[in-house]
Design a binder for this molecule. Structure first.
Ligand SMILES: [Zn+2]
Length: 383
């Protein structure tokens, strides 16, 4: 499909014949723009295709033959009446993103990321690994026959996600030093062996895949939700949804963009601080929160995240460990859904937004539930 890479800082255009993270001129992060696409494309008018493949005209994949797909997308949206009653809301829904092939929303980003690698003929890559993103990436690499060298932290040996990553054929390199250690390990390995370092938190391809979440919400919900609350680590889901809704708004497919709220933990809240114009410094490079999927101290596109919150009228909320655990349990016992602590953080944020008057009883609220709870040990399960 026809698309152009450009620098989000200085606007310089770059060709799309190589995998690119940064601008040659100013080292700014890369963005993507497309030739205009007819508005009919957005609302599922392609009966022969299902899932994310329907949206290929809006994804940075050049050759359809290079698509690496496992049937991702088309996740269900269901009402949460008992959760609504508990929160004091009449209209609460969940989009079950853990219905994706590896049990988390990350498959949307990796379907695009790994298809781009196929497009470019890349056969060996490296990156940090260990969580849902790493598990998903390993699975897509396996399907594409791409060799993946994953840098994992010693302290996570024995975790279920690492077992899965190994099972997909990833060559694991064990390092110490938390997130920093993994990132440095992958960077050095890439330089020494002249192979590609994915650096998935910084690349734009991953975010592009997350746009499809917005496209599907517009197909599935009428009216659109007034509020969508998502967990924020790097913020790819937040940025992807905003891009998707903005594209549909510009194409006049929708006439409003939902308020996009971000949820973080009390331990790791750089986005909350930036939104409130406060300074914040991380206490540690190791995530101690049970919501380990969003323990990102330095989100690479923090400025854009703040702009999105301001533009959509969203808020950013930090949630305590106690609340994360209790909402994870409430969701399981009230609605039959077991999600990871990282996903349960959105209900803690909703509770605060209701208390603060930002969400009213009659508003339509959507929680994208990002990760399946059975993928990691369940807190308090030994009862
Ligand atoms: Zn630049």
């Amino acid at each position: 499909m026809s698309f152009q890479l450009f620098c989000e800082e200085c606007g310089t255009e770059h060709d799309n014949d190589s995998y690119r993270l940064f601008c040659d001129k100013c080292h700014g992060l890369i963005e993507i723009r497309y030739e205009s696409v007819p508005s009919e494309m957005f609302l599922g008018k392609s009966p022969k295709r299902r899932g994310m493949k329907r949206f290929i005209a809006r994804l940075p994949i050049k050759n359809q033959e290079n698509l690496v797909s496992m049937g991702e997308g088309d996740t269900p949206i269901i009402p949460l009446p008992r959760m609504g009653e508990k929160l004091g809301l009449r209209n609460v829904h969940a989009k079950l993103e853990y219905f994706n092939p590896t049990g988390s929303f990350k498959d949307r980003g990796n379907m695009v990321q790994v298809s781009v690698l196929q497009d470019l003929g890349v056969r060996v890559v490296t990156d940090a690994t260990g969580g849902n993103a790493g598990h998903s990436f390993s699975a897509y690499c396996a399907r594409a026959g791409i060799k993946f060298h994953g840098f994992a932290d010693e302290s996570t040996r024995g975790h279920r996600k690492l077992h899965a990553i190994g099972l997909h054929g990833t060559e694991l390199h064990w390092v110490t030093g938390g997130k920093k250690g993994r990132a440095e390990g992958a960077r050095k390995f890439a330089n020494d062996n002249k192979i590609l370092h994915m650096d998935y938190g910084k690349n734009i391809y991953f975010i592009e895949g997350l746009k499809t979440l917005a496209y599907e919400i517009a197909e599935q919900m009428d009216p659109l939700p007034d509020h969508i609350i998502v967990p924020i680590g790097n913020g790819s889901i937040y940025q992807g949804m905003y891009k998707g809704f903005s594209e549909m708004f510009e194409a006049r497919v929708i006439d409003t963009i939902p308020r996009l709220h971000g949820a973080q933990t009390e331990e790791t809240q750089p986005f909350v601080a930036a939104f409130e114009n406060n300074k914040w410094s991380p206490k540690s490079d190791h995530t101690l929160s049970l919501a380990n999927g969003i323990g990102v101290n330095h989100p690479p596109r923090l400025k854009s995240l703040v702009e999105i919150a301001r533009d959509t009228g969203g808020r950013v909320i930090a949630v305590s460990e106690t609340k994360i655990l209790s909402w994870q349990k409430e969701l399981a016992s009230l609605e039959g859904l077991i999600v990871e602590p990282t996903s349960a953080v959105v209900m803690g944020a909703a509770e605060k937004l209701i208390d603060q008057g930002f969400i009213k009883a009659a508003d339509v609220v959507l929680f994208p539930l990002t990760g399946f709870g059975i993928k990691e040990a369940i807190p308090g399960a030994n009862i």
